[in-house]
Design a protein around this ligand. Sequence first.
Ligand code: AMP
Ligand code: TRP
Length: 345
Amino acid sequence: MTEAAKPAFKKRVFSGIQPSGGLTLGNYLGAIKRFVEMQNEGFETIYCMVDLHAITVWQNPEALRRQTRELAAGYLAAGLDPAKSILFNQSQVSAHAELGWVFNCVARMGWMNRMTQWKDKTSGKDAEKVSLGLFAYPSLMAADILLYHATHVPVGEDQKQHVELTRDIAAKFNHDYGVEFFPITEPVIEGAATRVMSLRDGTKKMSKSDPSDMSRINLTDDADTIAKKIRKAKTDPEPLPEDISGLDDRPEARNLVNIYAALSGMTKEAVLAEYAGQGFGAFKPKLADLAVASLAPISAEMGRLMQDPAEIDRILGEGAERADAIARPIMERTYEIVGMIRSRG
Ligand code: AMP
Ligand code: TRP
């Protein structure tokens, strides 16, 4: 932990997921599983459905509302408890957009231009045609985190650079205004599968936006679909090696071993000790059984929760009020620091 995060700020966890599609096994292993663990380790935990981030690319309004509820159902089904964690959708706490604007004026164009996710999303495309919001996206993410003075942010590997940018924005704000107001936040990137790869191409991240549904496992997939996707997952003809270095040039094999380790709670070494010398014909059915056993209860519970959308909306509304109670005073203090008059009754 850095010095700045240590003394002045109490440990507070914030993270978010975009309701821009269904949840994948990547979201579950890279993020949600860790969200639940941190909640149960007794930290103050705040988890958001970042609907303002989702609209940086086109979202059908009805689909966005449904996906936001489905994401909330996924959080709850995976074990997040509204009595322990604050769960809400971002747009219900207006200070996210307000602090996002202030940070747009702190962050530099050069910093944003260096974001690899921005570069990936705009390379080979007409960068003139993507939204301005997509470029400013990491600055809004910094606002999400710093609005709560969050000290720890559990995310998958792909978000590391954005959390580092959040640290740069906090440091520049503190320096420019001569304050120690925002903490220097730590990314928490832990677990056996912080980067789950596509089942069709072991060099690409598993993503809710991949055009091929066979590339990912969705949390809403039924047992047969999960088993079929794992059976058809791309692999190589070699048996599993005895040690991890034997996976070095075998991205697809490494990915399946990582997924097995993350789902079973075993180390990768222990997985290889059990399966070394066996081919994928033997390993895949075991992995499929494990995936079905881990995900089927979550998917069933999501289905049950989705029967009562009003109850989900109620939970999000209540979470938003609790979030706002933390965020509003920090936003007001930010306005004072930057020199805005606050004279409304
Ligand atoms: P997103 O779906 O892009 O909003 O991502 C939400 C969270 O899931 C972030 O913490 C991501 O880092 C994590 N995540 C998304 N895809 C993956 C993946 N393939 N492997 C590991 N973590 C992931
Ligand atoms: N950018 C993150 C993603 O796509 C989502 C996100 C938005 C987020 N705000 C956040 C994650 C704040 C952690 C903390 O995965």
